[in-house]
Design a protein. Structure first.
Length: 505
C-alpha cells in the first residue's frame, strides 16, 4: 500500500504515549505522512476529542502489561516508545527497565521492523552513575531497546522548545515573572535546545531508516546556549526588558525544583528532573541523523522556536502541553455510579440554580471555567487551596488551560482533569490535587419541563480511611461559600453574557 501523495509505502505505526506532549503531536504528523496509526493508551477515552481521533485506531493497554503490548503490536511495522515511569515512585527505574524489556520482546515476537525511542541527551565524559536518575533511566531504556533484536533508532534530545513543553513553560515563566533573578549555578550550563517541530521531523523520518541502522542519534538545534542565554534571548523575543540574573551556588537540584515550582506552573516533581539534567553540559556530539532524515534549509533556531511557541500560546493554538499526560500518582478512577462503590462512603454536595439566559450562554461559561477566568467563587479560598497543594508536592492552580474557550477529554484544568465532556450539557472534572481520597466536580446545563434553563452542580468525594473522612467534614462548612457561591456566580455570568435572551428569562 502506498501513502496518498507520497508515492511511498504506508507503514502501520504503533504510538505509545499518545496522551503525552510529544506523542499527541506525533500522531497527526504520521497521519499526514500517509501512515496508519494505532495508539496504545491506558485510558483510550482521553484521546476521544483529539482532532485526529477518527483517523487513528486506539487500543487499551499498558507498556508494563505484556499481553496488551503483544496485542497492540500485531501487524505493526514501526513501534514508537514515548513513555517513562518517572515520578511513579522510588523504583521508577526498575519500572522503566521492565517496560522497555517487555516492549522490545513483544516487538521482536511480532516481527516489528523498527522501534523508535525518544530519550534524553547525556553529557559527554560523565560516568553513568553520576547522572541524574532521570537521565540514567532514559539511557538504560535506550540500550535495552537497541539490544532487543529489533532494528532501533534512539533519538536523544536536551531542552525541547515548543508551545506547552515543560522546558518552554519553565523558561517562559521564570523569565516573565522575575525581572531580577537569584538563580542556581546551572544557569551557566551549556545546552543545545531543539525546536519541537525538528524533534517531530526526526521521529517521523526515523520510520523509514534502513534496516541496517541500529544506533542512537543526538538531535539538537543549530545553537549551543547557556540557560542564562536562553532567558535573555527569550526576554528579547517576548519584548520584555533585559533581565538581571544573579547566580548563586547554594541552590541544589532539590531546592531549585521547589524554587521553579513556586514561580512556574511546572510542579517540583517535574521540575526536578529538568533541573537535575542541567547539572552537566548537554551538547550534541554528532549530527548523523541528517544522513537519514532530510532536513529543511536549516533546523529552527532558538529565537524562531520561541517566537513560534509564543504565537501558538497567544492564539490559543497549543495542541498538547506538558500536563497532557496524567501526573504520576494522580487518581485515574472513573466517577463511581454506585453509592456503595468500593464499599465506602461517597459524599456529595449538590447545587441547582435557575439561569436567566439561554442554555448555550450557560454552557459557554461552564466550558470557560478555570485558568484566567477563575472559578467564580471566593478567589482567595481557591488560591489558598492551590498554594497548599503546591507545598505538599501537588500541581496547584497554575496549570491553567490549554485553550481559553474550548475543552476536550484529558485536558488539564488547573488542579483538575477533564474526565468527561458532553458539549452543551455536561462537564465532569476529576481532581488531581493531593487529597486523602478521590474527588470530582460536575457542571451541567439543562432545560426543565417548562423550557427554562437550569444550572446543576455536583461535587463528589470518596474518602480514603479516617483521614479522608476527617478531611470532608473539616471542609464541608465552607461548601456553602465555595460551591454555593460558584453556582450562583456561574448563573449570573451566563445571564450577563446574554442579557434579555434565553429560555430562562
Amino acid at each position: 500500500m502506498t501513502a496518498h501523495g507520497h508515492g511511498r509505502e504506508s507503514l502501520r505505526c504503533l504510538v505509545t504515549g499518545a496522551t503525552g506532549y510529544i506523542g499527541g503531536r506525533l500522531v497527526p504528523e504520521l497521519l499526514a505522512e500517509g501512515h496508519r496509526v494505532r495508539c496504545l493508551a491506558r485510558s483510550p477515552q482521553r484521546l476521544r476529542d483529539h482532532p485526529w481521533a477518527g483517523r487513528a485506531e486506539v487500543v487499551r493497554g499498558d507498556v508494563t502489561d505484556g499481553a496488551s503490548v503483544a496485542e497492540a503490536m500485531r501487524g505493526v511495522d514501526v513501534a514508537y516508545y514515548l513513555v517513562h515511569a518517572l515520578g511513579t515512585g522510588r523504583d521508577f527505574e526498575a519500572t522503566d527497565r521492565r517496560a522497555a524489556r517487555i516492549f522490545g520482546e513483544r516487538a521482536r515476537a511480532a516481527g516489528v521492523r523498527r522501534i523508535v525511542y525518544l530519550g534524553g541527551l547525556t553529557p559527554a565524559g560523565v560516568p553513568e552513575g553520576e547522572l541524574s536518575p532521570h537521565l540514567r533511566s532514559r539511557a538504560e531504556v535506550g540500550r535495552i531497546l537497541l539490544d532487543s533484536g529489533v532494528p532501533a533508532t534512539v533519538l536523544r534530545a536536551a531542552v525541547v522548545i515548543g508551545s506547552g513543553s515543560a522546558s518552554f513553560e519553565m523558561l517562559r515563566y521564570l523569565t516573565e515573572r522575575l525581572p531580577v533573578m537569584v538563580t542556581p549555578s546551572w544557569v551557566h550550563t551549556r545546552v543545545q535546545p531543539v525546536a519541537v517541530r525538528d524533534v517531530l521531523r526526526a521521529l517521523v523520518g526515523s520510520a523509514r531508516m534502513p534496516e541496517s541502522v541500529v544506533r542512537a542519534f543526538d538531535i539538537g538545534g543549530p545553537e549551543v546556549l547557556t540557560y542564562r542565554d536562553m532567558m535573555i534571548r527569550y526576554a528579547a523575543v517576548a519584548g520584555l526588558p533585559r533581565r538581571l540574573i544573579l547566580p548563586v551556588p547554594v541552590l541544589t537540584p532539590r531546592l531549585s525544583s521547589h524554587w521553579v515550582g513556586l514561580v512556574t506552573p511546572v510542579p517540583a516533581s517535574i521540575a526536578r528532573p529538568l533541573t537535575e539534567s542541567l547539572r552537566h553540559e548537554v551538547v550534541c556530539r554528532e549530527h548523523d541523523i541528517a544522513r537519514y532524515v532530510p532536513e529543511p534549509p536549516g533546523p529552527m533556531g532558538f529565537d524562531e522556536a520561541v517566537r513560534l511557541a509564543l504565537r501558538r500560546v497567544r492564539e490559543a493554538q497549543v495542541v498538547t502541553r506538558w500536563s497532557s499526560a496524567s501526573l504520576p500518582g494522580a487518581p485515574s478512577d472513573p466517577l463511581p455510579t454506585d453509592p456503595d462503590w468500593a464499599g465506602g462512603s461517597l459524599y456529595t454536595d449538590c447545587r441547582e440554580v435557575a439561569v436567566h439566559a439561554s442554555r448555550e450562554a450557560l454552557w459557554r461559561v461552564i466550558e470557560g471555567v478555570g485558568g484566567d477566568n477563575g472559578w467564580y467563587s471566593f478567589p482567595l479560598a481557591w488560591a489558598v487551596r492551590g498554594r497548599l497543594d503546591r507545598l505538599v508536592g501537588g500541581v496547584g492552580l497554575r496549570r491553567g488551560r490549554r485553550d481559553s474557550a474550548r475543552l476536550r477529554v484529558g485536558d488539564s484544568l488547573d488542579f483538575w482533569r477533564v474526565e468527561e465532556i458532553e458539549p452543551g450539557r455536561l462537564l465532569r472534572l476529576r481532581a488531581e490535587m493531593r487529597l486523602p481520597g478521590l474527588a470530582w466536580l460536575e457542571m451541567c446545563a439543562e432545560t426543565d419541563e417548562a423550557g427554562r434553563t437550569r444550572y446543576r452542580q455536583r461535587a463528589l468525594f470518596h474518602p480514603h480511611g479516617l483521614l479522608g473522612q476527617a478531611y470532608w467534614w473539616s471542609v464541608s462548612p465552607f461548601h456553602a461559600v465555595v460551591f454555593g457561591g460558584m453556582a450562583r456566580n456561574i448563573a449570573r455570568a451566563a445571564a450577563a453574557e446574554a442579557p434579555g435572551a434565553g429560555a430562562g428569562v
